[in-house]
Write a protein of this length. Structure first.
Length: 230
């Protein structure tokens, strides 16, 4: 599913060179829930941005579903992100003027899919994540956990092959965070979805199938938590 081979990412700040990733390699089979841990500055966010096709490596290669994403043209890259990837962020990234169902459906609507079809699917997904009856509530009428459930439903709308989660429980209390992680884990099982989650929380990381640890831009640990799939 994911093949990261010898990836280095270097940022330049004036005359200073910052090596965010250094010759990192990683394979993730389809259907696996991978947790990525490491201290600040270890390269976690850089890796997630590269997997999300939001940045390109300085050297090395990243293939997702057999496609070398760094070789895709801008238009193809945008379509790949839209159709094959789902994103869940720490701060939810919901539009405050839209209802829950409109936030879930927005990416598909922007891509030109028919509104009735999109809204029907968005409502069904909201019910799947436990938000039946909350379709027409705006973000300021929802709790943090409910907003993250909306974000998960939005990420699943396009039926992505890969879900990327950046500290998805970072703004939630422990009970709500556990519920959100359970939703993400269930999605991997029910949809054969591959998940890569960046987290500082060891308890959150342990929900996954596998934990990879980064330090100074390199993979320094790789352990199975439970039997991996794929």
């Amino acid at each position: 599913m994911i093949e990261v081979r010898g990836v280095t990412k270097v940022y330049r700040r004036g005359k200073t060179e910052v090596r965010a990733l250094s010759d990192a390699s990683l394979s993730v089979p389809r259907g696996q829930f991978l947790s990525v841990m490491g201290p600040s500055g270890s390269g976690k966010s850089t890796l997630l941005n590269l997997l999300g096709a939001l940045d390109v490596p300085t050297s090395g290669s990243i293939a997702i579903d057999g496609r070398e994403i760094s070789l895709l043209a801008d238009t193809a890259l945008s379509e790949f992100r839209r159709d094959r990837l789902g994103f869940v962020f720490q701060f939810f990234n919901l539009l405050p003027t839209l209802t829950a169902v409109e936030n879930v459906g927005l990416p598909a609507l922007l891509s030109g899919r028919p509104r009735p079809e999109v809204m029907q699917k968005a409502q069904a997904l909201l019910e799947t994540v436990g938000l039946k009856g909350r379709h027409h509530h705006r973000p300021d009428e929802l709790s943090g956990g409910e907003m993250q459930r909306v974000a998960i439903a939005r990420a699943l709308l396009t039926e992505p092959a890969l879900l990327l989660a950046d500290e998805p429980t970072g703004n939630l209390d422990s009970k709500t965070g556990a519920e959100v992680l359970s939703l993400i884990r269930d999605a991997t099982r029910q949809r054969n979805l591959t998940v890569v989650m960046v987290t500082h929380d060891a308890n959150a990381a342990a929900v996954g199938d596998r934990i990879v640890r980064l330090a100074d831009g390199a993979v320094v640990g790789d352990e199975l938590v439970r039997g991996a799939t794929g």
